[in-house]
Write a protein that binds this ligand. Structure first.
Ligand SMILES: C[S@@+](CC[C@H](N)C(=O)[O-])C[C@H]1O[C@@H](n2cnc3c(N)ncnc32)[C@H](O)[C@@H]1O
Length: 246
C-alpha cells in the first residue's frame, strides 16, 4: 500500500479525477490511499494567508514557508512511516517511467502543490526530498501535475493493474515505445490488422512486436535508443529499418 498525502490550497480539485477507474479500485482495495490537506489549515493569521509578495519586487505572489513547514512537521509526527516529500515544480527532474517505478516502491509520499509564482525557495532547500516536473511547460498550479504523478506511480503498484504484464510491455518500460496494438474487427473499411497477429504463432508475433517497437522508437524517439542494450538481432532490425528509409 502506498499513502499519498497532498498539500494544496485547492484540495477540492483532487476529488473527482482520482475517483474513477483504476485509481478508484486501487483505493477500494486499499492498495492506494490519498489524503488531502489544505495548506491554509496551517496558516496562523486570521485571513489564512499562504502567500505573500516576493522580496526584491516583481510580479505575482510566492507561497510562504511557514504554513508548509508546519503542515509537514505535523504530518510527519502523525504517522511512523517516514514520508518522501515531493515538490511539484517545473524546475524539477522531469517525470519518466523510471522515476515512477522508483516511487511506486515507497510507502508514503507527501506532495506539495505550488501556486502563483511558485514557492519560497527555503521550502525547496530545507523541506523536500525530491522536486518533480511533468514537462517543460508551465501549469497554473501543482495540482494537475500531482495527479499525473499519482496516476503514473499508482498503476505500477502490484495488483493495481488487472494484468501486471500490461505495465511490463508498455512504452518506456524498456526504454522502447510500445508496439502497435489492434483489436476486433480484423478488417474495417479495408484497413487490415497485420496477418501475423491473426496467425496464432507466438514466436512470430513476439518477433513482429519487437521489430515494430524498435522501428517506432527509432523513427519517433531515437533518443531513447541510446539507453537500450541492443542484442545482435535488435541491431539487425534497426539496420534494416534504416535501409528501408533510403
Ligand atoms: C505558475 S507555476 C510557477 C512557475 C515558476 N514561476 C517558475 O517559473 O518556475 C505555479 C506552480 O505550478 C506547479 N507547476 C507548474 N508547472 C509545472 C510543471 N511543469 N511540473 C510540475 N509542477 C508544475 C508548481 O507547483 C508551481 O509552483
Amino acid at each position: 500500500m502506498i499513502h499519498f498525502e497532498i498539500l494544496s490550497i485547492f484540495p477540492e480539485m483532487f476529488v473527482s479525477p482520482l475517483d474513477f477507474s483504476l485509481l478508484k479500485k486501487a483505493q477500494k482495495k486499499k492498495l492506494v490511499k490519498i489524503s488531502l490537506h489544505d495548506i491554509r489549515d496551517w496558516a496562523d493569521d486570521k485571513h489564512r494567508m499562504t502567500d505573500d509578495a516576493p522580496y526584491g519586487g516583481g510580479c505575482g505572489m510566492v507561497m510562504k514557508v511557514e504554513p508548509v513547514e508546519k503542515a509537514l512537521a505535523e504530518l510527519r509526527k502523525k504517522r511512523k512511516t517516514k514520508p518522501t516529500v515531493i515538490l511539484m515544480t517545473p524546475q524539477g527532474e522531469v517525470l519518466n517511467q523510471k522515476i515512477a517505478e522508483e516511487l511506486s516502491a515507497k510507502k508514503r509520499i507527501i506532495i506539495i502543490c505550488g501556486r502563483y509564482e511558485g514557492v519560497d525557495e527555503r521550502i525547496r532547500e530545507h523541506l523536500v526530498d525530491r522536486e518533480i516536473s511533468i514537462g517543460d511547460y508551465i501549469l497554473t498550479g501543482g495540482e494537475m501535475a500531482a495527479m499525473v504523478l499519482i496516476d503514473a506511480v499508482s498503476r505500477l503498484i502490484p495488483d493495481v493493474l488487472g494484468n501486471p504484464q500490461s505495465a511490463e510491455s508498455e512504452s518506456f518500460s524498456h526504454d522502447l515505445l510500445e508496439y502497435p496494438q489492434y483489436t476486433r474487427p480484423a478488417q474495417y473499411k479495408g484497413w487490415k490488422v497485420p496477418d501475423v497477429l491473426l496467425s496464432g504463432h507466438h514466436a512470430d508475433i513476439e518477433l513482429w512486436r519487437k521489430t515494430e517497437a524498435l522501428k517506432k522508437t527509432y523513427r519517433r524517439r531515437p533518443d531513447l535508443l541510446q539507453k537500450v542494450k541492443l542484442s545482435a538481432q535488435d541491431k539487425k532490425i534497426l539496420d534494416d529499418a534504416k535501409l528501408d528509409e533510403i
